[in-house]
Design a protein around this ligand. Structure first.
Ligand code: 48C
Length: 357
């Protein structure tokens, strides 16, 4: 055929061309068939399904941690099936999150459970500009009442590290002072807490603690605050609104804001000065709130109660797994409701001049 007039080199080129065509066809057939297989139940992975995923070692360890509770004696009031410990307040939400009031928990059982897990708790607080004046009382009272007997790291964020007192801490408790920028407006200071807690959750807290408790600094501990307050993600009922109906809640109502909650929605009014949870959950919460605050800023709007407004919006759609009663964040608004039997963490009346110094 053609090959007679081509000579040796011609034949060689012809053979190479034929080989090229064959390779190209094989490649096409292979890629087509792989694509078909990929989308069919016959895909290699499907043909050789990996063996049933065995429970990872980590989860065996978790199960191992569920040891029996060891108290000296199980001597306490019998839980009464037909007689709830408190009949004057709600102690469980419609989504089965406990609401923590005095008299509803046995701290000995809970301490035993949390000690077995060797739980580490981070307490975050911001002392920017003149708010450093609150740190000494905050820490001294925390030493007396906050998670006593458990491992605690105090994370104090400040622009004035030299003003943070170095008080003597009990065993297993450490003070970590972290430098952060200040902002001119106190509204900005309070809102930026979400961003800073988010960043440190990822860069530091995830490696050092299991739970975070994020609170205001112009406060003092006045009574027991313990592991009964811990859960995956928790908020605290605001002392000014825990008896109010939802239309009186000071939610953000402007639809332009990411924090907006319409007047016919809302479970509770949560205080911005006390929330927390596992590091993972606090990361998600603070990240979400920070993004929402930034979106509002781009839209030239600032939620009526700043980070607290965004926290309330978050908790409406991401229900807390536990709610703390106003015992855990009390401010004397004049009233002294009988339901609030213990004032565990109390706002220090502040000279409003202090905010913008
Ligand atoms: O650290 C400061 N410095 C300020 O100038 C303003 C707020 N803050 C932090 O933000 C403090 O940790 C405050 O406790 C918190 C905002 N909360 C309050 O000012 C009241 N407790 C509502």
């Amino acid at each position: 055929m053609f090959t007679n007039n081509w000579g040796k080199s011609g034949r060689k080129k012809y053979c190479l061309f034929i080989i090229f065509i064959i390779c190209l066809s094989l490649l096409f057939i292979f890629s087509f068939s792989w694509h078909t297989l990929e989308n069919s139940e016959w895909h290699p992975r499907a043909m050789f399904p990996c063996k049933a995923v065995s429970t990872s070692k980590a989860s065996y360890l978790d199960l191992d941690q569920l040891k029996e509770v060891k108290l000296q004696r199980m001597l306490y009031e019998k839980p009464e099936t037909l007689k709830p410990p408190r009949s004057d307040v709600l102690i469980m939400t419609p989504w089965f999150a406990p609401i923590v009031w005095d008299g509803t928990f046995n701290i000995d059982i809970l301490n035993e459970q949390f000690h077995q897990r060797g739980v580490r708790i981070g307490l975050t607080v911001f002392a920017i500009k003149k708010y450093t004046v609150f740190v000494k009382t905050f820490l001294e009272t925390a030493e007396k009442f906050f998670m006593v007997g458990h491992k605690v790291n105090y994370y104090v964020f400040t622009d004035r590290a030299s003003e943070i007192p170095n008080i003597t801490l009990s065993e297993g408790r450490h003070l970590v002072v972290l430098d952060v920028p200040s902002y001119k407006r106190w509204q900005e200071v309070t809102m930026r807490r979400m961003e800073i807690i988010r960043n440190y959750s990822r860069e530091l807290f995830i490696n050092e603690v299991d739970y975070l408790v994020c609170v205001d600094v112009d406060m003092r501990f006045n009574d027991h605050v313990g592991v009964e307050s811990l859960s995956n993600v928790f908020g605290t009922l605001h002392p000014g609104y825990f008896g109010a109906s939802r239309q009186y809640f000071t939610y953000e109502r402007r639809s332009q804001s990411q924090a907006c909650i319409p007047s016919d929605e809302g479970d509770f009014y949560y205080a911005g000065g006390y929330f927390g949870g596992t590091v993972e959950e606090v990361f998600k919460l603070t990240n979400h709130c920070h993004q929402a605050i930034m979106t509002d800023k781009e839209n030239n709007i600032e939620a009526i109660w700043h980070d607290e407004s965004h926290l309330n919006k978050y908790f409406l759609y991401h229900k807390p797994t536990k709610i703390l009663s106003p015992e855990y964040l009390w401010a004397d608004y004049g009233g002294s409701p009988a339901a609030v039997k213990r004032r565990r963490f109390i706002a220090i009346p502040k000279d409003s001049q202090i905010r913008n110094k």
